[in-house]
Write a protein that binds this ligand. Structure first.
Ligand code: CAO
Length: 303
């Protein structure tokens, strides 16, 4: 394909291709006058996913015939996994990731969360810890705007700083991982955010969500807190520049005020794009999130 080939498509399709990590200049358009459609982008992504790319890959692939070693079953990989694969690969291969781990004392936050009741019925409110974390994150994003940014092309020397606070949340579904956005978290209270998260996660699991909900985020939270584990290294959701991994909180004995105390400790793992964010800035950002969930009681303002 020649370098000077004209590309006929809409800005929306260009954006769609970019989000999937597909090079639009390599896609053949199937519509009138060679116009590239959304279907062309999907076909291109699928084709590139299925075919080995290099001689080495072909060699490695042909080395294994797993059925020689015992019974196997070959199944289709889900469509969502196939669509997200190039996106993940692009992030992993192009962004220099560093992951900063920290532990946050959320004892008071948990006491506060568990004390919340409905004004009318007096019943205990069921609010996910994630709603508190989202609020704490937004306050930190306001103080550290580079975490709420994107770079399209390092060579053009430009960074886009976002003035909105749309937090992506990784949702585990039977079909694979989806990352819808909770929009304008700065303008919503914790109870509302918690409800919205429940509803949006259900829509993902029922495959009843519009794909536009997956675009235009500030930063992503990947929470394994309801499942288990301690610390992991989340992959940044390109074109964002950071992602906060949240693990399961546990009770720990901590030396505090000259004695051992039992405290609730939340492990977090912040992966960031080292081209934009330095290690010291990441540590300060994490301190800010920690203080917002801890001694600043910032979440109390957001009820
Ligand atoms: N520590 C301890 N307990 C936690 C916790 C944490 N960090 N986070 C949540 N919990 C508790 C919740 O309070 C809830 O307890 P109750 O049932 O007693 O109320 C329970 O764990 C289950 O939570 P949940 O996972 O159903 O709900 P959530 O709001 O915490 O999370 C969602 C919502 C959509 C993020 C989650 O369901 C999910 O899909 N998680 C998986 C995400 C994933 O796969 N990430 C990895 C991607 S790879 O980077």
């Amino acid at each position: 394909m020649s370098e000077s080939k004209k590309i006929f498509t809409t800005p929306k399709i260009r954006k769609f291709a970019r989000e999937l990590g597909a090079n639009i200049s390599k896609i053949e358009g199937s519509a009138r006058a060679g116009r590239i459609t959304e279907e062309d982008v999907k076909n291109f992504v699928n084709k590139n996913l299925n075919g080995p790319q290099t001689k080495e890959e072909i060699q490695v692939k042909s080395k294994f015939n797993h059925s020689e070693f015992g019974e196997v079953e070959v199944k289709d990989i889900s469509r969502i996994k196939r669509l997200s694969a190039p996106h993940l690969l692009k992030s992993y291969n192009t962004i220099p990731h560093v992951t900063h781990h920290d532990e946050i004392d959320i004892t008071e936050m948990e006491e506060f969360r568990n004390s919340l009741t409905d004004h009318n019925t007096g019943e205990k409110l069921k609010i996910t810890p994630l709603a508190f974390i989202m609020k704490a994150l937004v306050i930190a994003l306001k103080k550290f705007p580079s975490f709420n940014s994107s770079i399209e092309d390092m060579n053009d020397g430009k960074i886009t700083l976002k003035k909105y606070y749309h937090i992506g949340v990784a949702v585990d579904t039977p079909n694979g991982l989806m990352v819808p956005k909770i929009r304008d978290v700065d303008k919503k209270n914790i109870n509302y955010i918690s409800k919205e998260l429940r509803e949006i996660a259900q829509s993902c699991r029922d495959l009843k969500i519009d794909k536009k909900e997956f675009y235009g985020g500030s930063i992503t939270i990947s929470s394994l807190g309801g499942i288990g584990g301690r610390f992991f290294t989340p992959i940044i959701n390109y074109p964002e520049v950071a992602i906060l991994g949240v693990s399961k909180s546990t009770k720990k004995k901590i030396y505090l005020d000259n004695k051992f105390n039992v405290r609730t400790i939340l492990p977090v793992s912040l992966s960031y794009d080292h081209r934009i964010i330095d290690g010291a800035e990441a540590a300060r950002f994490c301190n800010e999130v920690r203080d917002n969930l801890g001694k600043n009681f910032a979440y109390k303002l957001a009820i």
